[in-house]
Design a protein around this ligand. Sequence first.
Ligand code: PLP
Length: 382
Amino acid sequence: MKAISSLAREEVKNLKPCVHGGRVWDIINITGLRREEILDFSANLNPFGPPQTAIESIKRGLNQILIYPDSNSTTLRQTITQSYDEINKDNVIIGNGSTELIHLFAEVFLEKGDIAIILAPSFGEYENAVRKRGGRPKFINLSQDFNVEPAPILHNISGAKVVFLCNPNNPTSILMPRDSLIEIVERTSEDDILVFLDEAFIEFVDKKKSYSLIDEVNKYPNLFVLRSFTKIYGLTGLRVGYGIAQREIIDLLFKVKLSWNVNCIAQVAAIAALNDEKYLRKTERLINTEKAFMLQELKRIKGFKIFPADANFVFLDVRRSGFTAPQLKKEMLRYGIIIRDCSSFTGLDEYYIRVAIRTRSENERLMEALNKVMRIKGFDTT
Ligand SMILES: Cc1ncc(COP(=O)(O)O)c(C=O)c1O
């Protein structure tokens, strides 16, 4: 028989796995460190972990394991709509993590050769989803300050099928103003181009409501907005995310989604988390205070250039430190700390890192280790 790989689809053969932060299990396997010895700043998650209300609902929900979960996640979809005036459950789809919805979207809308606009740098899973369908990513390099401007995007949209946007952007933590987003959604709708707007981190942003486009989906049939329970609610290991759009898009996604894609525990936990307003306020206070602390401390390290942080993570250019990002990551691991080396992002060289905002004692541990590492290169960090 000929090589099995020759029987695979061409686009699958050439597919490379997407690199992510938060690879705690890999680090455990490589270094032999124990879970409790590792402090992960490479994934941007709520440092409180899941709300206690979600944990309680998980315990109560365990008796649901003996039956199939609701394949349509109906109660969760209804609960999501409670925060919005103009959408109902038919405008919502739940995914096994928001990543599933990125791939479902590509599966529904992209055919071989279709062009998808992707910002560089941005979240890597868009490229992977596009390539898996045989689509062609067209990267738009962001300017030096990493602000996202509509002009270069609109200049390149001719012939594209979909534009992937991420607000605030990962890995830069920079927000796009609402006016700029609306300009892109309007212009693309005139040309029958879809906009996939990833708001996975928007709940960490001050005045998030004024930046989100969820309230605009009824106006724009080409707009799909993505959200996640991974980041703000810390339901990371349960895998649950959602998308909001007009019914036509949602119905198409439902056609291709796997049956029972979201397990029963993830559904009950997400419902409880959504109802926990107190937890959100507590998180908001922590992130605001700790972001100010981290920015102030990081600024004292002369070898780093710090970009404005709109989300719960900070993006840094470390080239003046004398370290590359992979070297810095390796040095930090000696202290049990994982930072995100951003070399894998299209559009970045090997000199960018990203760190999450965590609790005060954890942030202090990060800063202490960073200061020690920088002293190797002769930086005075006192
Ligand atoms: C911008 C962005 N969107 C979506 C995701 C996917 O998150 P999840 O599948 O856990 O919901 C991530 C994860 O890192 C992300 O950074």
